[in-house]
Design a protein around this ligand. Structure first.
Ligand SMILES: Nc1ccn([C@@H]2O[C@H](COP(=O)(O)OP(=O)(O)OP(=O)(O)O)[C@@H](O)[C@H]2O)c(=O)n1
Ligand SMILES: C[C@](O)(CO)[C@H](O)COP(=O)(O)O
Length: 230
């Protein structure tokens, strides 16, 4: 029995526009991916990590992540796929083949490099408590509008019932495999599980678990977050 974290890190980081794949972008000299993997191990409950790397950078990713493995744990690196969900599926298949005693799987964006370890632990604890799918969330602070193709507002959903979704998302391993094998599309793994009719439970997320997507996000991380984690 053990927890394996899958880290989709194969994106190009086009919205960031840094010139190297986003996972390798340094913040205070430390690549985002290294920070993300460190945070997973620091939670104290993750045994192995499987990273889906940009296909052109598998060797570099192996080099930067190799020193992160702790006693009894491993960091495996493989080439990711065309879409995030392809990268997750490839990493999941690898994990279940290489670590067959895995019972809990986390999926964690390399781009959420500053996620506090206590959020990782809260997700794992909730899966271990019997919830087959668990996601960290934050309340929505802006009013949200639904618009049509012309940008005209068609609805204003009640924001008290809305949540912003972060990672790591945690799953019973067989449930996540079933969700990926169903061949559906969703922007996160919990979205695939929902379509199976499996309940998805929420735990509190954290503002530091922001997804670094744009140059603004990177500037925020550099200005606010480095001190606590460098
Ligand atoms: N084919 C892909 C695309 C994305 N990801 C990963 O999924 C996470 C969330 O994706 P996002 O933040 O959108 O990253 P990018 O795809 O790199 O961003 P962009 O769309 O700006 O290129 C990131 O850690 C990214 O590396 C992945 O593993 N494989
Ligand atoms: C998984 C995710 O981070 C949850 O908010 C998000 O859906 C990833 O989206 P992206 O467009 O691949 O960045």
């Amino acid at each position: 029995m053990g927890v394996v974290a899958l880290v989709p890190a194969a994106g190009r980081g086009e919205r960031l526009g840094y010139g190297v794949p986003k996972a390798l972008v340094p913040v205070d000299g430390v690549p985002l991916l290294v920070r993300a993997v460190r945070g997973l191990f620091e939670a104290g409950c993750v045994r192995h990590v499987v990273v889906a790397a940009p296909p052109s950078d598998v060797d570099t990713v192996r080099t930067v992540t190799a020193p992160l493995a702790h006693a009894g744990g491993a960091v495996h690196v493989l080439a990711g796929g065309a879409e995030r969900s392809d990268s997750v599926r490839l990493a999941l298949e690898h994990a279940l083949r290489e670590f067959p005693d895995t019972d809990v799987v986390l999926v964690h964006d390399a781009a959420r490099a500053f996620t506090p370890p206590h959020v990782v632990k809260a997700v794992v604890d909730a899966v271990r408590a019997g919830h087959p799918a668990v996601i960290p969330v934050l309340p929505v602070t802006d009013t949200v509008k639904q618009v049509d193709a012309d940008g005209v507002v068609v609805a204003t959903p009640d924001r008290s019932a809305l949540r912003v979704v972060q990672t790591p998302q945690g799953f019973d391993a067989r449930t996540l495999l079933r969700a990926h094998e169903a061949g559906l599309h969703a922007t996160d793994d919990a979205g695939l599980v929902e379509r199976l009719g499996v309940p998805v439970t929420t735990v509190p997320g954290h503002p530091d678990a922001m997804k670094i997507t744009t140059p603004f996000d990177l500037a925020v991380a550099e200005a606010l977050l480095v001190g606590g984690q460098a």
